[in-house]
Design a binder for this molecule. Structure first.
Ligand code: ATP
Ligand code: HSE
Length: 319
């Protein structure tokens, strides 16, 4: 518990938090790179209550657990409440547009949005780093491990690098304007499953190639060098294993690149696939390719043509 916190609870205020989808890993940066998207987003309505405890409701069809310790938003809030001296209650109603198990940071959106909202209602006693730490307790519920590559861009917006989680070291990266096309084939891949199939050891030659790509991608963002970004969007460690879980992956990637995409790959742990491009027209052509691939495979899909969200979670007073 932190004893020197300046807590000023807003008991009579109701807020809505807009929580953006995120793309973790950015192909080569497993667990360390991520970016926030303009679309889709979840919405969380929240208010404080004088009756201690966390009460969760869902207004969508996903039948997610409402028991706080099993819901990622609840787990993150339990961590946050442990850090404050006075017991308060939190009532929260979650409306998800980001389907759980999509690879678009569905779990992170709930965990991050919940702690951003609670921080606002408590008079903002916590730093962004504190909020990332609390929200990671939610990711642990979803995937079995703490990782911050969805949580951080969801809270801060933009493209972020997590140099380390213990201790937490976050670097916000600038990036040139980029169009992002995302396809979510309507199959579920749980992050916990997609992590279990990964090899535990990496060949040195693969590690060297991956280090080159991560460094190249970060340099490409900072130098606004689209060609360097494109060349660096290569993953020789995770993608060869996980792409097997995603029907149509190779075709989407190959045809998107032929249509002018800078590059792309699996979004988070999949099954969503994202592609980056410079021009809106290219992003739209890629969307058509993605739809065609999944129509031909007989798999329903949802396609988003979007861009990087620079704001992260946004709080609006509703009552
Ligand atoms: N509020 C919540 N929102 C989303 N998922 C939740 C929530 N509470 C619990 N869960 C559980 O978390 C899991 C979904 O998280 P998972 O990490 O697998 O998907 P994702 O967040 O879409 O993927 P990724 O992290 O790769 O982007 C499901 O098992 C779901 O039941
Ligand atoms: N870095 C995580 C993101 C998904 O939550 C993974 O790829 O497993």
């Amino acid at each position: 518990m932190q004893t020197n916190l300046n807590i000023q609870p807003l008991f009579d205020t109701e807020i809505e938090v807009l929580c953006p989808a995120t793309v973790a890993n950015l192909v080569c940066g497993f667990d360390i790179l991520g970016m926030a998207l303009q679309d889709p987003s979840d919405r969380i309505r929240m208010r404080l209550s004088k009756e201690p405890g966390i009460r969760i409701q869902h207004t969508d069809e996903y039948k997610l657990p409402t028991e706080p310790a099993q819901n990622v938003a609840g787990a993150a809030l339990l961590d946050l409440l442990q850090a404050i001296p006075e017991p308060v209650g939190i009532e929260i109603s979650i409306t998800k547009e980001i389907k759980p198990g999509s690879g678009l940071g569905s779990s992170a959106a709930s965990a991050a949005g919940a702690v951003v909202g609670a921080n606002y209602l408590l008079g903002k006693p916590f730093s962004d780093e504190d909020l990332v730490r609390f929200a990671m307790a939610g990711e642990k519920v979803a995937s079995g491990v703490k990782h911050a590559d969805n949580i951080t861009p969801c809270i801060l917006g933009g493209v972020t690098l997590i140099r380390s989680i213990f201790p937490l070291d976050i670097i916000g990266l600038s990036a040139p304007p980029l169009q992002v096309t995302v396809v979510h084939p309507q199959i579920e891949v749980r992050t916990s499953d997609a992590r279990q199939i990964l090899r535990k050891e990496v060949l040195l030659k693969d590690a060297i190639r991956q280090w080159g790509n991560i460094a190249g991608l970060v340099a490409g963002f900072l130098k606004e060098d689209y060609e360097l970004i494109g060349r660096s969007l290569e993953d020789v460690i995770i993608e060869p294993v996980r792409s097997i879980l995603i029907p149509g992956f190779d075709e989407v990637k190959q045809r998107s690149k032929a249509a002018g995409a800078l590059g792309g790959g699996i979004s988070g742990s999949g099954p969503s696939i994202f592609m980056l491009s410079k021009e809106a027209a290219t992003a739209n052509s890629i969307a058509e390719i993605m739809k065609q691939v999944y129509t031909q495979l007989g798999i329903e899909s949802k396609v988003y043509v979007t861009s990087i969200n620079s704001k992260g979670c946004e709080v609006r007073i509703t009552g």
